[in-house]
Design a protein around this ligand. Sequence first.
Ligand SMILES: Nc1ncnc2c1ncn2[C@@H]1O[C@H](COP(=O)(O)OP(=O)(O)OP(=O)(O)O)[C@@H](O)[C@H]1O
Ligand SMILES: [Mg+2]
Length: 268
Amino acid sequence: MDALIWAPVPKGGKDFGHPSMPELMRRVRDTLQTRLGGPNTSDIVGAPGSIQLRNVTAGYGGAPVLSAFDLHINPGEFVYVVGPSGAGKTTLLKVLFGVVRPETGWVLVDGIAVHRLQRWQTDTIRRRVGCVFQAYELLPHLTSLENVLLPLQLAHARMRHARAYAVEALELVGLKDKLHEFPGTLSGGQQQRVAIARAVAHQPRVLLADEPTGNIDSQSSSEIMELFGQLNEMGSTVVMATHDEFVLASYSAREVRLQPPTLMAVAS
Ligand SMILES: Nc1ncnc2c1ncn2[C@@H]1O[C@H](COP(=O)(O)OP(=O)(O)OP(=O)(O)O)[C@@H](O)[C@H]1O
Ligand SMILES: [Mg+2]
């Protein structure tokens, strides 16, 4: 886990009688932990790469899809979100990405209080988190390269070498020879891989992926899982929604299981 390092107080600096920074930090952390209730008291709430949801209720205006939902994911963890169709897997990822705003509760992703972001502030989360959507959402009039490059340039206006990063990401997913093709001329699996390249081009600390192996064969699924595994080994936290039994059986990781709201109502 990343350590917090504080600059030493310069010699001769004034002592205002405040607690030292580490002490202050410890108190803030303890207070937040009491409020948010992380399951492991050694985990730093809001640490880089971590995810915390506390008492989250979210949906689309009708009956909530997630109710009083709690989740804690450590930095660098790989977690599957599983459950039947309609259980709320996509909704959970949208909450993490700031697309669906919770009605109640806290959502901290990579240190960002996502539940507090206004619509015009969602760039903050896009800069730090990569997301592979269930429907790839590629722009049809842009080539593979442009689909990866454009969001990179929008989110990181001052990024140097953005084009090189975009090309590298497409090479990583095996599409070096499809840089200038339009989505309409690519197979479903290739479009999926462009969407993955777009999500990882800025080397995010948190990667969210919604059924990234849906619609592709087991060979391509394995390649995608190897890629996610590498990103995870390099330190990215990965949260992946899936029903893919092949993936779940071949690459084991913690599973967070969601139930459709109606079943939850029956169970409670
Ligand atoms: N934009 C929306 N407006 C209103 N209701 C929605 C919207 N998106 C999803 N829902 C509803 O929210 C519930 C959860 O949907 P969600 O897409 O999160 O499920 P899921 O677990 O991802 O399902 P799947 O496995 O089919 O992708 C469903 O009942 C769905 O009908
Ligand atoms: Mg879904």
